[in-house]
Design a protein around this ligand. Structure first.
Ligand code: HEM
Length: 200
């Protein structure tokens, strides 16, 4: 009983903290965009925004995927309480990454955006990842988890496809320096393999 109450207090205190930490990258970018920090966003602010937001979407995706293996390795079951928030941050950063591309980079030129989605494979992949994240975000509430039952787990396996699409999308658009997307790919591979259990 005592432990239950202190755990609840712990969640109550840490959840707003994690919410603030998750919004921090956006805040720092906004301060840069309005030239409040020393460096601003550099010579190409739209590209910088696009790249940073895409990276954060990927980082939050990988963090979300890391919760289950981390729980298994450490026995820290309480980590599960933060998984939904991390997943929603991945979605949030992917949406604003897309909006930066659609509004700031393409000036909301729907024809040009549609052409990019069809003709540029890395954009097709990014769009696939974002589209698959939508049903996951919409069904992330407790009510939906209850209503969907076993199907919820099946549906949420799509997050692996999203993460693969995200890393591949990153890898495809870099011209020379493939080291960073490969590093994200390696982390993803470790996370995916850690979930795999041979059938007996
Ligand atoms: C799950 C969804 C997505 C993830 C995780 C993601 C992630 C990323 C990452 C990590 C980068 C590279 C950042 C860097 O170089 O530092 C990137 C770049 C980019 N992404 Fe995405 N992205 C997603 C969806 C989208 C969508 C839907 C679009 C547009 C329809 C898009 C358009 C772009 C563009 C235009 C770039 C920059 C390409 C360049 O500068 O050459 N992304 N994205």
């Amino acid at each position: 009983m005592q432990i239950d109450t202190s755990l609840s207090n712990f969640y109550r205190l840490t959840k707003p903290l994690i919410l603030l930490l998750g919004l921090l990258p956006l805040l720092i970018l906004m301060l840069g965009a309005f030239n409040i920090t020393d460096h601003g966003l550099g010579a190409n602010p739209i590209e910088k925004l696009l790249h940073e937001l895409g990276r954060w979407a990927l980082k939050f995706l990988l963090l979300t995927l890391a919760i289950t293996p981390l729980r298994r390795w450490t026995g820290w079951n309480w980590l599960i309480r933060y998984r939904r928030m991390l997943g929603l941050f991945a979605f949030f950063y992917a949406v604003i990454h897309f909006l930066t591309y659609a509004v700031l980079d393409q000036g909301l030129d729907i024809a040009a955006i549609a052409e990019d989605i069809v003709k540029r494979p890395y954009i097709t992949l990014g769009m696939t990842g974002l589209s698959l994240l939508i049903p996951l975000a919409l069904t992330s509430t407790r009510g939906m988890v209850r209503r969907l039952g076993r199907n919820w787990r099946k549906l949420h396996r799509l997050v692996y496809v999203v993460a693969i699409a995200g890393v591949w999308h990153f890898y495809w658009q870099v011209k020379l320096d493939t080291l960073e997307p490969l590093f994200y790919g390696l982390i993803l591979a470790v996370l995916l393999l850690s979930r795999w259990r041979p059938r007996r």
